[in-house]
Design a protein around this ligand. Structure first.
Ligand code: GRF
Length: 221
């Protein structure tokens, strides 16, 4: 039986596309059982429809509160019985109640080397700070925004003359293999999430894994 993924996305959907390709190429032995969104017209939802993946997208404005929207969406998520929920460019804050309901079963990809730059505009902030290195992180979702324990990171250099667009592209290129490898190790049981802690090969992970140039995860030294 394959490992079931629910993917949450709000925009372009390049991380969703990368996950689908990894499944098609049997890099991942997973099955995306639903794509969920707060933006019915987004490219990620169009892609899901194209690929005949069940999709559920509703506008939050039709609900009385954040909690009511999340309750409805996460009921639909529960109905597809995911083993893991992957936030891949889901741009809406998730209410604490929904996060707690799926504790240890939800991860997020974020375009910075957390704990640096939670929230928006990460590339511009890295440039403004004069950072020499930037990147992306996959972390466990907890109620506080972009603050959960980090499973793994991919690093890229910041080059002279970079704009936030050029930096965004360099990071995005590494986000895709990073997310795929994180989903892979979780689906294979090499990483386990429990009680807000990450275990890697049975041992507590004390610092994030790194994506190396062969697109494999390794312990940082
Ligand atoms: C990515 O940069 C991801 O890290 C962030 O939102 C962006 C989504 O891109 N959370 P896409 O929709 O997967 O192309």
């Amino acid at each position: 039986m394959s490992f079931r993924l629910a993917v949450l996305a709000s925009g372009r959907g390049s991380n969703l596309r990368a996950l689908i390709r990894a499944q098609d190429e049997a890099v991942l032995a997973t099955r995306i059982v639903g794509v969920f969104s707060d933006r019915p017209a987004c490219a990620a939802i169009a892609l899901a429809r194209d690929r005949a993946i069940p999709s559920f997208a509703h506008r939050p404005s039709g609900y009385d509160s954040r909690e009511a929207f999340d309750e409805s969406m996460f009921n639909q998520i529960e109905a597809v019985q995911p083993d893991l929920i992957v936030c891949a460019g889901y741009m809406r804050l998730i209410s604490e109640r929904a996060v707690r309901r799926f504790q240890d079963r939800m991860i997020n990809i974020h375009p910075s080397l957390l704990p640096k730059y939670p929230g928006l505009d990460t590339h511009a902030r890295a440039l403004a700070a004069g950072d020499r290195e930037h990147g992306a992180s996959v972390h466990v979702v907890i109620p506080a925004l972009d603050a959960g324990p980090v499973i793994a990171q991919a690093r890229v250099p910041v080059l002279a003359g970079d704009s936030s667009e050029s930096l965004n592209l360099r990071v995005l290129e590494r986000e895709h293999p990073l997310l795929i490898q994180c989903v892979k190790v979780i689906s294979e049981g090499t990483i386990t999430l429990s009680g807000g802690q990450i275990h890697w090969k049975g041992r507590l992970l004390r610092s994030p894994l790194l994506l190396n140039r062969f697109d494999q995860l390794e312990e940082s030294t």
